[in-house]
Design a protein around this ligand. Sequence first.
Ligand SMILES: NC(=O)c1ccc[n+]([C@@H]2O[C@H](COP(=O)([O-])OP(=O)(O)OC[C@H]3O[C@@H](n4cnc5c(N)ncnc54)[C@H](OP(=O)(O)O)[C@@H]3O)[C@@H](O)[C@H]2O)c1
Length: 181
Amino acid sequence: MGVGTVLADDPHLTLSDEDRRVERLRNGRSGNPARVIADSSGRTPADARILDDEARTVVLTAETAPDDRHHTLEAAGADVLVAGSDRVDLASAIDQLDTQGLDRLMVEGGGEIIFSLFEAGLVDELTVYVGSLVVGGDSAPTLADGTGFTEEFPHLELTDVDRVDDGVLLSYTVGETVGRE
Ligand SMILES: NC(=O)c1ccc[n+]([C@@H]2O[C@H](COP(=O)([O-])OP(=O)(O)OC[C@H]3O[C@@H](n4cnc5c(N)ncnc54)[C@H](OP(=O)(O)O)[C@@H]3O)[C@@H](O)[C@H]2O)c1
């Protein structure tokens, strides 16, 4: 996830379903998947819940991140990977994660990081839950924020629709980008 979500929500990002955790352990894996934060200048607070010892945490930073932030994050238990000069280069970061066995990423937002991943053509699948509460707000985050697409648009193919309580879970695969008609 992006550091914006870490700063806004202080998420834990561990499995809430105990059965899934037990199944992972039975299969010789860690109880929780590794957590990854895109954080160019190392702004993740040392006491963020995502840095606790319940799972491995990798913080992706850029070369311009101050050394003291790098050291603070490592002292807090994170593995720090440098990818990109001023901002995290997501394609290069994903290549580095792959060499460490992290070859499948589930990104839980927020909108800026999701936009960048689409922009870089790095998204294979998208899952959206449409719930049953109206939140609204003219500055509410959207699914993909960033600068938005104006000429070429990622195209989605709907593969599944599941009703969950009073909401729906929409599953898509991501196809070729399409131009403005
Ligand atoms: N409804 C949901 O399921 C859900 C899920 C997650 C989040 N959210 C909401 O989304 C909001 C946060 O979203 P957000 O868009 O502000 O933050 P975000 O996408 O979580 O994080 C954005 C930050 O990531 C860092 N980053 C590093 N490399 C990047 C790159 N290549 N491209 C883009 N960002 C990069 C940037 O900070 P640096 O420049 O400092 O690196 C950027 O400001 C919160 O309100 C949260 O509650 C909702």
